[in-house]
Design a protein around this ligand. Structure first.
Ligand code: ASP
Length: 326
């Protein structure tokens, strides 16, 4: 009898509070359309026998290239009106991992993270050294202005006008009475990080996360996304996890690894482990956000403690599903 679970991909585009403006079906549809397109692209990789690592990188690249999400093009601004991008990947089969932080010119930071992993010498590279490695790997570099959008600049200005300090991406627009772009989750009050997790036909897991971080963050600040064990983790024995939310909180509870640890040491199910991390550990320190996770049996959990999270799931052989609200 064949017990091999069908390959599956799950994605997120950030968690946050609901927008107070009236969202038209068309505006909501724009988010679903991107989530669906990204799910289908990753699903096709898995369908053709591609690896979980390939699938999560294809999915995250699709989300990085879409200005609706806070990663790659459309990334939020730092307090100095610059962009500093973070990304990570992890391969559950080998525990190989790669990450970049504070890059300003790599068009697709997820590919730079994968290049760090493939290079094999180090796990986490920052700033110019990371960019040099990306250049050596033949990756596309762009002018920093490539990442900028009017909507993100308006978010920064609003956050600074309110002296709001660092603001989560999907929360940043809540700092404004009117958002420059209407979105289902409040552009001022959402975390717009993107991520993907997958189980492939070979039974292997992988995770990837990419972000512009928090609106109005101090230059030099690094969040949870590129920190292996905090925002990103994958281990074939347990699960692949990608997080989104207030990065400082996810770092403090080592959120992504904690999901795997609860499964490995405590024998918890994916459902119990992810619920405990999001609703107990994170909530206990006031951390808001969510995560996506898949285990070796193909179970998928997408918990969050905010009002919504852009998310979706695509099993090979089934129609992809995308969601925004609870
Ligand atoms: N976790 C990300 C960070 O703190 C932000 C987000 O998820 O939107 O950098």
């Amino acid at each position: 009898m064949n017990h091999t679970p069908a390959p599956v991909l799950a994605i997120h585009g950030g968690a946050g509070t609901l927008s107070r403006s009236n969202i038209s079906p068309e505006q909501e549809q724009a988010y679903h359309a991107t989530l669906q397109a990204v799910l289908r692209a990753g699903q096709a990789v898995l369908e053709q026998g591609g690896t979980a690592m390939e699938a999560v990188c294809v999915a995250v690249q699709g989300l990085e290239d879409c200005p609706l999400f806070n990663a790659g093009r459309g990334a939020v601004f730092t307090a100095d009106a610059t962009h500093e991008l973070d990304a990570a990947v992890m391969d559950g089969a080998t525990l190989a991992a790669g990450a970049v932080a504070g890059v300003t010119r790599v068009r697709n930071p997820v590919h730079a993270a994968r290049a760090v992993m493939q290079n094999g010498q180090h796990v986490l590279m920052v700033g110019e050294g990371a960019e040099q490695l990306a250049r050596d790997a033949g990756l596309a570099l762009v002018e920093p202005s490539y990442f900028s959008t009017e909507a993100r600049l308006a978010q920064l200005k609003a956050a600074q006008a309110r002296a709001a300090g660092a603001v989560l991406d999907h929360d940043g627009a809540a700092a404004m009475t009117r958002t420059p772009e209407s979105a289902p989750l409040h552009e001022g009050r959402k975390m717009g990080t993107v991520g993907a997790v997958a189980l492939d036909a070979h039974g292997h897991l992988a995770a990837a996360t990419s972000t512009g971080g928090l609106t109005n963050k101090r230059p030099g600040r690094v969040g949870d996304s590129p920190l292996i064990g905090s925002g990103t983790y994958a281990d074939d024995r347990t699960a692949a996890v990608s997080c989104t939310g207030h990065g400082e909180s996810f770092i403090r509870v080592a959120a992504a690894h904690d999901v795997c640890a609860r499964m490995a040491y405590g024998g918890l199910s994916l459902e119990a482990a992810t619920q405990a991390v999001v609703h107990d550990s994170l909530s206990a320190i006031g951390g808001s956000g969510g995560l996506i996770a898949v285990d070796r049996d193909g179970n998928v959990c997408l918990p969050f403690n905010t009002e919504g999270m852009y998310r979706g799931i695509a099993r090979v052989g089934q129609v992809p599903e995308s969601f925004i609200y609870r």
